[in-house]
Design a protein around this ligand. Structure first.
Ligand code: NAP
Length: 406
């Protein structure tokens, strides 16, 4: 089956060079004597509109083209999604400037098979909400026409395009109660918060009730999702944000709010009961005081989303960067373990399964999208500028169906 799929992919690849793809018809045995006829579409398109970058830099490197490569299914578990809405994250601004280039380059082509030596033209955009257009041969969970959402791994081409190809296990059925624009605000921050809180932090629906959780940087994309998720699971939440975000985080369920602009937040936080888990979306100086706020010898965890991993691999290369990263995290883990608390780094991890659970929470009214700004497809550079101004109160979404430049 894998061989067959790659044969079809190769046929498409060959035909792409000639500008269009003819109908390809193949008979496939499905066991017990049944036979399925597979067809690719006639006159399949080979290009699509997209915002790309051809080099790293500031906003002027963003370029609109109608001739970006149309995505192709290379593996039998992949799907092509027609993008209805995309969203931007701080990572997109950083990636536009070259952040993470060394690691993402390695992830794109681990065995250096492609040997093109270049990731350009690169399409940014980590969130997608849209409709399945085509499925690989092993995809049984989705059908063309299904409404889906996904968080796109940073080493894959992003959602600032008409179509995107993803692995079936990165995709999930979109919540029924949200439109595409609202849905696009959630997957990347949800997958990140899920990975940090559930996979790294060990939280579950069942062990969360009555846990005291501190969220630093509570008013941004990851923070606003994390508050809603752990509140839905019954935790007590203390949120650190600036004063003008207090209404937002209280509206999402935060039980206690600390304004970091009114003075050192640690002074107010020290007066409170100790915490079972801290999610730090700010990093830097917070590490110096935050771990003292954890209960000792009780399994309490500090998880920071701000790590030097990608910076190290960019500066030192993959091998030395990973070595330095390993030494740094191991040193901190052992130091804090000896004081009875756990120190961890949190990372985004794509997961359709996590998004399935998030979709249920959304449809149950437990999670709502926090859309701060909305732009048309023509306004992608303005969306980046908005994100660069900082002070996020939720997500910046892009309506890909509205207004591509002519
Ligand atoms: N490791 C990973 O895989 C991974 C994945 C996703 C995100 N991240 C990182 O996680 C962080 C959060 O991501 P995000 O998408 O939520 O970013 P975001 O939307 O920009 O939110 C950051 C929030 O932090 C607040 N803030 C800034 N300084 C603060 C301080 N001293 N104390 C408390 N709050 C402060 C900001 O609010 P104000 O406007 O009030 O300052 C803003 O709302 C980013 O650094 C991002 O790069 C890492």
């Amino acid at each position: 089956m894998v061989q067959l799929c790659s044969t079809i992919a190769s046929v498409r690849l060959l035909c792409r060079c000639r500008g269009k793809i003819p109908r390809v018809s193949v008979l496939v045995g499905e066991g017990r004597g049944t036979v399925r006829r597979l067809q690719t579409s006639a006159h399949r398109r080979t290009v699509m509109p997209a915002w790309v970058i051809d080099k790293y830099g500031s906003n002027e490197v963003l370029r609109f083209t109608k001739n970006a490569n149309f995505p192709i299914i290379n593996y039998p578990n992949e799907v092509i999604v027609k993008v209805h809405a995309a969203a931007l994250n701080p990572l997109d601004v950083s990636m536009r400037g070259g952040y993470g280039a060394a690691t993402f380059h390695m992830m794109r082509d681990p065995l250096n098979i492609k040997q093109t030596g270049s990731e350009f033209p690169l399409i940014l955009g980590r969130d997608v909400s849209g409709v399945i257009m085509e499925c690989g041969l092993n995809v049984t969970y989705y059908r063309p026409g299904d409404e889906v959402w996904a968080a796109i791994p940073p080493w894959k081409q992003g959602s600032l395009a008409e179509f995107v190809v993803l692995s079936g296990n990165e995709v999930s059925h979109k919540p029924r109660t949200m439109d595409h624009l609202q849905a696009a605000a959630i997957p990347y921050v949800a997958a990140t918060a899920w990975s940090a809180l559930v996979t790294t932090g060990g939280l579950t629906k069942d062990n969360c009730p009555k846990k005291r959780i501190l969220i630093i940087g509570a008013s941004g994309g990851v923070g606003t999702f994390a508050i809603q998720m752990v509140k839905a699971w019954g935790a007590h939440v203390t949120a650190v944000c600036s004063q003008n975000a207090e209404g937002l985080v209280r509206g999402l369920g935060a039980d206690h709010v600390v304004d970091y602009t009114a003075g050192p937040p640690e002074d107010q936080l020290k007066a409170l009961d100790k915490f079972d888990l801290i999610l730090d979306n700010v990093g830097g100086g917070t590490e110096k005081w935050a771990l003292d706020l954890l209960r000792s010898w009780s399994g309490a965890k500090y998880i920071t989303m701000v790590t030097p991993f990608l910076r190290n691999t960019d500066a030192l290369g993959i091998a030395d960067g990973m070595m330095r990263t390993g030494v740094t995290v191991a040193t901190k883990m052992f130091k804090h373990l000896s004081q009875g608390r756990h120190y961890r780094w949190g990372f985004f991890a794509p997961s359709g399964r996590a998004l399935d659970e998030v979709a249920e929470m959304v449809d149950a009214g437990q999670i709502r999208p926090i859309v701060e700004h909305q732009f048309s497809f023509a306004q992608v550079p303005q969306a980046f500028q908005q994100l660069e101004r900082g002070h996020a109160r939720g997500k910046t979404v892009v309506n890909v169906l509205q207004g591509g430049p002519q």
